[in-house]
Design a protein around this ligand. Sequence first.
Ligand SMILES: NC(=O)c1ccc[n+]([C@@H]2O[C@H](COP(=O)([O-])OP(=O)(O)OC[C@H]3O[C@@H](n4cnc5c(N)ncnc54)[C@H](OP(=O)(O)O)[C@@H]3O)[C@@H](O)[C@H]2O)c1
Length: 302
Amino acid sequence: MTTVLITGPTRGLGRATTLAMAGRPQAERPDLLLVGRPGHALTDVANEARTLGATVHEIGADLSRLADVRAAATTVREMLDAGVVRPLRALIANAGAMTADTRKASADGYEMTFAVNHLAHAQLIGDLVDVLDTPARIVLLGSNTYHANFWRRLLHVPAAEWTDPIDIARPAPGSAGVAYSNAKLAVLYYAHELQRHVGPGINVSVFEPGWMPGTALGRDTPAAVQAIGRAIARIPGVATPETSGPQLASMALDPRWAGLRDGAFVVRDRLTQVEPVAVDPERERRLWAATTELLQRRSMKY
Ligand SMILES: NC(=O)c1ccc[n+]([C@@H]2O[C@H](COP(=O)([O-])OP(=O)(O)OC[C@H]3O[C@@H](n4cnc5c(N)ncnc54)[C@H](OP(=O)(O)O)[C@@H]3O)[C@@H](O)[C@H]2O)c1
């Protein structure tokens, strides 16, 4: 069996996915590397997963600090070298944030939403891609908010407004919703480009859990909006971490999804064509170059 690394396991979708993986029958249960902000929530989910039978390692990291991300990757590499964990076959880049104030900077000076959703994962994946044991899967977290539709217009959820990634990464006054949608469009562009850089044994896909109102992703929104979200979450058929978590676990583990690559986009449990705006080789190449620059990497390990 194998090891799966997941970021953001402390709540919402990441927590549900972690417990779904831990709760699988022994023959299908991976060892788990939980990369999350250190503290009670990380310890609690690790203990809960252990209670279900999983072998779990907690790796504390604040993803808004690239130094933490690099240290987490070093820890993983050391564990793999020492044979402390079984081969790493899947990486789920789940952690996400939607920071209300787009002037807020990460520890490295980048707009917080872009830093956590995209840059942190690009760093982590860049540092670990050469220790993935093939066949391996990288599953990134997208969101349909990258494009507008009737419902999102009605609910005033803004679509992405793509500009040069160096500008997107700059903290500045702006719309939190646009910043989030830009970060999630970046995830799609990055997934397409990442697939072109990794070896043939590594498959890159993107999961969209469906709108899960009431998770802590909306923690910066007014209390009334959060209360409405929690109420909508109780409507039958609306996605929740409990329904989407097992689907994300399936993306990382099940034969059903083994052939997914090239940033294939799965909404809940359905392979879905992305909108034309989300496939743009020129933007994808530019994002890759800008990401390299923003991470100040001297060499990528691809
Ligand atoms: N909710 C939706 O409707 C929806 C729809 C489409 C896509 N998604 C995506 O699904 C993923 C999970 O979202 P969710 O709804 O489960 O959100 P959530 O409940 O807020 O969970 C987000 C997770 O990311 C972690 N995280 C955020 N900032 C971090 C940081 N600086 N360092 C380390 N960990 C950090 C959180 O850790 P802490 O507990 O330490 O904050 C938490 O574990 C995200 O990528 C999101 O964009 C969500």
